[in-house]
Structure formats: C-alpha cells, structure tokens
Design a protein around this ligand. Sequence first.
Ligand SMILES: [Zn+2]
Length: 180
Amino acid sequence: MGKLKKTKTERPKKTEPVCLECKKEFAERKEIPRNKERYCNECLTKEINYGDWSLNDEREFYENLYVGRFNFFLLVFSLFVSAGFANSFKELRYLVFYFGAFLLVLCWLTLLRIIRKFNIIMQLLFNRKGEILYILQKMAKNDGYKGRIVISKLMGIYIPIVCILFLITMGLLIQLGIMK
Ligand SMILES: [Zn+2]
C-alpha cells in the first residue's frame, strides 16, 4: 500500500465578529477571547476627539518628552562618571569613559530630534497673538527683561556637548597616562 498523501485539513471557518455599534461584520486578524465587546475600527475611530488638542497641549507633550530625555541623558552621564572613576580595572579604565561618551551621543540624537519640533511649536506660540506665551513674552519685554539665554539651546546643545567632551577628555587623560 502506498503512503497516504497528507492532505491539508481545512480549518473550521472562523465566523467574523459583529460590531456592537453598527452591527456589521468586520475582519479580525486574530481572535482574542478577552476581547468580548467588539467594535470595528470605523466605529472606534469615531470616538477620537481631535478638536480639543491645541498647540499648547502639543507644546506640553513635547516639553515633557524633552525634559524626560534630558534627565535620562544626565542620568547616563552621572552613572558613567561614577563608573569611570570607581572601578577596579587598572589597564582599560578609559574604555568606560569612551563607552559612556558613545552612549551619550546616542541619547543626544534622540534629544535633538525633539528640539527641532519643540522649537517650531514655540515659535508658532510666540508669534500668535492671543496665545498665553505671546502675552507673557510681550509683558516681560515691557518690563525690560531681555532673554539672553535660550533654555532649549542650553539644555539641548551646550550641556550635552560639555558632558560628552568631559567623558572623552577623561578617557584620553587616563589612556595617555596623564591621569591615574
Ligand atoms: Zn462598527
């Protein structure tokens, strides 16, 4: 007797779920038992409220992201500074600093991405009459206040550069034997 050819067994046809809202069948890629109340994507996206999201909310969102990444940058920096000085490696201690500098450059890239968008948002807000930031800026100028330090440049460019250069310099000093 010849071998039986394996035939593909047909899977029982899955019945498509029905949307609770519009009562139409819709395609579902995978059935998840916990997902009992099913709505089709069209009905779900109807619920999104786009109107309440203002430019000022957008600024807040980016500001939080920005501050979060900046804090993370500082955290990585301080970890590598203490790891670089307080480890028991004798020969390759400088590598800790170099590796820290490399990681910081990566963190910095994520910061720079945010800054660009954040600056655009700020410019829009500063130049739109009626925005609270516009009014505050004008009132500060009426008061004779001249902003000399751009915070976003300080946080996004100067401080990261100083931190990265510090790690590279420490690495070099140790590697060259100037510092022990
Ligand atoms: Zn629906």
